[in-house]
Design a protein around this ligand. Sequence first.
Ligand code: ZN
Length: 81
Amino acid sequence: MSILTALAALALWLTLLALLTFTLLAAYRVSLKRHPYTDCRRCKGTGERRSRLFAHTFGYCPDCVGTGHKLRAGARLLNVR
Ligand SMILES: [Zn+2]
């Protein structure tokens, strides 16, 4: 194999890789736009914080302020709203 064919093959592979990466990123961005929120991990999406001492009492979850959902990391980092 000559050096030119090797370079051509390399260029082809890099182009395909770039296209694949771009497609995946675009799909991720669409997903972020359509579903920007995820369940709050601390309260598992309930929005409430249960007392350990009195099982029937609860307060609002301080992480999600009682909403039960949080902005996804990608949406926060890429500023997708
Ligand atoms: Zn929460």
